[in-house]
Write a protein of this length. Structure first.
Length: 228
């Protein structure tokens, strides 16, 4: 358990009263150790993902912008033609096609993604899922990537909104901090109807990168304005 109350306050830009209220209402995963509250960074990352609407916008403005989503997408690219009738088949097809971290076999990467799905579905609603390992598996940040995969047919990923998934964002990050920022940025983008339309229309790599690049500039400008 590597996080304390003050770490959560800093990460989420809320006051201590809010964090204690979440704890009391059992809205945030935490542990009581030696009369003090402790939090797992991995669990907090997943909690942020599941609470994307309330948190993703504020997290982008924390000054974390060291990890450019545009760069990660340029590395991972757009991958069409993902086949499969269920989660396992779709992830198997995706792992075969995307660029996976060096030093790891495709089989090992697939096992990490399937294990994560068993722990908690990565579907965020509106036809999008974000498969990723439970913990970062990339050793060199320069090898981190995000791939957008278009499914041939929508597949049920047990999304809370009940909608089948037609687009995957496959994440391979190097650090918990990078993982948090990338999840937040993708989650924020997927609240934008224009971006969702691009995904639904299976936009080209150029179209996606143009949209994301414009957003990155907006986020960076906002951070400069608030003095981050």
């Amino acid at each position: 358990m590597d996080l304390k109350i003050r770490d959560i306050v800093g990460m989420l830009q809320v006051n201590e009263k809010t964090v204690y209220r979440w704890i009391k209402e059992k809205k945030i995963p935490c542990y009581r150790i030696n009369h003090q509250y402790r939090f797992s960074r991995a669990e907090i990352n997943e909690w942020i993902l599941s609470n994307k609407v309330e948190l993703s916008s504020s997290l982008i403005n924390l000054g974390l912008n060291n990890h450019n989503l545009l760069t990660l997408l340029e590395r991972g690219g757009i991958v069409p033609g993902i086949k499969g009738r269920n989660v396992k088949e779709v992830l198997t097809s995706a792992v075969e096609k995307v660029s996976t971290p060096s030093g790891l076999s495709k089989e090992d990467v697939l096992l990490t993604l399937l294990s994560r799905e068993e722990l908690m579905p990565t579907a965020i609603g509106k036809g999008v899922a974000i498969p990723h390992p439970h913990n970062p598996i990339v050793t060199d940040p320069n090898n981190a990537s995000v791939s957008i995969c278009y499914l041939d047919e929508p597949v049920d990923f047990n999304a809370l909104d009940g909608q089948p998934v037609y687009t995957l964002f496959v994440l391979f990050t190097a650090t918990p901090r990078m993982h948090l920022e990338v999840l937040s940025k993708i989650s924020h983008l997927c609240q934008n109807d224009l971006f969702l339309a691009k995904l639904s229309e299976r936009s080209t790599k150029e179209g996606i990168l143009e949209f994301v690049g414009a957003r990155e500039k907006e986020w960076q400008k906002k951070n400069v304005v608030v003095g981050v």
